[in-house]
Design a protein around this ligand. Structure first.
Ligand code: G6P
Length: 608
């Protein structure tokens, strides 16, 4: 989704902005632009296409003088990707300039009102209305003007603002869209995420909904929606900027796949103390746990798939009914959620608009909420009653890998903790599973040590138009994620089916040469899966099975076999996920796809 960077300080702003935009490229975008205040003029350069094109157009930033500016990567919502629709947008008199993330829902009404007052519009965007509204409402005081603007607009926004009348000051406002303020030495930043400013500072402050930030090179002041100043405590983001570099890997996705042993260790080890699971500050006292009569897990995309794995695990060991619900469905479903419901909201970015709305709804219904989130201090992390950070480190590739597997790991911890407090799980099984979790990083490393066979199969299937994934129970949950990964980055049509459901329709799609990946890691379901494999083969389909080393029979029956290290059936989804990520990666690489930034997708979807 769109990205924002803003700078005020002693350096020439344009090169800083361009570098920041490069750091934001991973979020997904179709055009970009920068604006810099030079004396009392605002100069804008913008273009469709990659930030590299913008850099060329701006001669690496040399074309724009000035020490204060804003930059933007746009992911089109209102108005096609075009130079004119790209941000920044100027007001009609050229005195105000904005970059905007989000959607202004009442833009049409505001636009006709403003046009009626004689201010012409240039673009088809909803965002331009903010620049025009600032000019229209300007009363000589930017804070008071921005408060009036916020009263008039509805929707979601993070906005960076320049005013030619205040050539040393940068402003920002936000509602329901991420925006951080980075505090440097005689320089300050606004950014839609840390990555854009991390090479300049590790100290950040979150701008809250309804607040205004005013930044000069030496001071940052925050105002609430009544115009009163607000004190804020900065926090440290200890992510190393090198984590946001490719570090010799051809793609961030591959790098992040390889970071999984470390990422899983970071999720698990601070929370496993001997035989005890300590889940940060969450109060899992018997009283609290015994009150829970339902668990709802909510998320989007891969986070939702992680939730399905969690559902199986929690239901199995805690004997509580768990619903895993797509956030975008949950919010319009009149959900059964009350004060005995535990709601777990999963989100790598912590900023996904649907998941944030689901969290708010669950809280409104009286539910206790736990967020499983990667990005520190993100909106979902801040608004949930409790947060379990996955500590996976920055994830840059749009298709999540370590984000997903660490979410699953966190859900295992929650499930085991509840089961233990409820005394449902035997001590022996509990210890056994804790031991299995601790072994996961080494087992992932074992898969990563030799990926040739996965690559070989992947490249062999690269020209296929369609790939099916089948599995039962947790293997079905893992299939959903495997299929999503493949379609996201390779653009091959991929579908996951519960293996037993094949005969109710899907099997009509199987013909000679159709490829089906069969996930067979649940020992009590081997024979059932074998029948499903046979059913595919007897219609001419090819089956590539994924199973553990010790499952020899499947290897003999399927047309091909990829293995995961032997492990407990309950934790296989993390290992199969790694194999399927690598499989998707090499198919996409063979097809020459833009793996880290697949077409039309965004890393953090901050609009509904
Ligand atoms: C986007 C990404 C997916 C991700 C989903 C949820 O669609 O492309 O990879 O799973 O958002 O993101 P979240 O940050 O909430 O986990």
């Amino acid at each position: 989704m769109c990205g924002i960077i803003g700078y005020v300080g002693g350096k020439q702003a344009a090169p800083v902005l361009l570098k920041g935009l490069q750091r934001l490229e991973y979020r997904g975008y179709d055009s970009s632009g920068i604006a810099v205040v030079d004396s009392d003029n605002i100069d804008v350069i913008k273009t469709t296409g990659k930030v590299a094109t913008l850099c060329e157009k701006a001669n690496g930033g040399k074309k724009l003088n000035g020490n204060i500016g804003i930059g933007h990567t746009r992911w089109a919502t209102h108005g096609a990707p075009s130079d004119v629709n790209s941000h920044p947008h100027l007001s009609a008199d050229g005195r105000f300039c904005i970059v905007h993330n989000g959607i202004i829902e009442n833009f049409a009404e505001l636009k006709s009102d403003i046009i009626a007052h004689g201010l012409p519009f240039k673009s088809d965007t909803d965002s331009e209305v903010i620049a025009q509204l600032i000019q229209y409402l300007y009363d000589g005081d930017m804070i008071s003007t921005l408060r009036k603007v916020m009263e008039r607009v509805t929707g979601s926004y993070a906005v960076g603002i320049l005013s030619a009348d205040a050539p040393d000051t940068l402003y920002a406002i936000r509602k329901d869209n991420p925006l951080v303020v980075g505090l440097g030495q005689n320089e300050n930043f606004i950014a839609s995420d840390f990555a854009a400013a991390l090479e300049h500072t590790h100290n950040f402050v979150q701008l809250n909904d309804g607040e205004i930030a005013r930044l000069t090179s030496r001071a940052v002041t925050f105002f609430d929606n009544n115009g009163n100043t607000v004190e804020k405590t900065p926090y440290l983001v200890d992510w190393d900027i090198s984590l946001a570099e490719k570090d010799g890997y051809p793609h961030f996705m591959l790098k992040e796949i390889y970071e999984q042993p470390k990422a899983i260790k970071s999720t698990l080890s601070p929370r496993i103390k001997g035989d005890n699971i300590i889940l940060d500050k969450i109060d899992f006292s018997a009283n609290n746990v015994n009150r829970i009569n339902r668990v709802n897990i909510v998320g989007c995309g891969s986070a939702y798939h992680a939730g399905i794995v969690g559902k199986h695990f929690i239901e199995k060991y805690c004997r509580i009914g768990v619903d895993c619900i797509l956030a975008s469905e949950y919010i319009y479903s009149n959900p059964i959620t009350d004060n005995r419901t535990l709601t777990i909201v999963i989100s790598q970015s912590g900023e996904t608009a649907d998941s944030l709305a689901a969290l708010r709804l669950a809280k409104k219904c009286g539910s206790h909420t736990i967020a499983i989130v990667n990005v520190i201090q993100s909106a979902i992390a801040r608004e949930a009653d409790n947060v379990l950070y996955t500590y996976a480190g920055p994830e840059i590739a749009v298709a999540t890998t370590k984000g997903y597997t660490t979410q699953v790991a966190a859900l295992y911890l929650v499930g085991l903790k509840i089961a233990k407090v409820k005394h449902i799980i035997s001590d022996a099984r509990y210890s056994e599973l804790l031991g299995e979790l601790a072994l996961l990083p080494d087992k992932i490393s074992e898969i990563l040590k030799d990926t040739d066979k996965i690559k070989q199969y992947a490249e062999g299937y690269a020209e296929h138009k369609c790939v099916f994934f089948i599995g039962r129970n947790t293997d079905y949950a893992a299939s959903l994620e495997g299929a999503l990964k493949l379609k996201e980055i390779s653009y091959i049509h991929a579908e996951a089916y519960a293996a037993g459901e094949l005969k109710h329709g899907t099997i009509s799609l199987i013909e000679k040469g159709t490829v089906t990946l069969a996930l067979v890691t649940q020992s009590d379901l081997y024979s059932k899966m074998l029948s499903n494999i046979k059913a595919v083969q007897s219609r001419g389909g090819d089956v590539l099975a994924i199973s553990s080393y010790n499952n020899k029979q499947i290897g003999e029956e399927a047309d091909g076999l990829l293995t995961i290290p032997d492990c407990d059936d309950d934790v296989t989804p993390i290992l199969t996920a790694v194999v399927l990520q690598i499989f998707a990666y090499y198919i996409a690489a063979k097809r020459g796809c833009d793996i880290d930034k697949p077409r039309n997708l965004a890393k953090s979807v901050t609009v509904e």
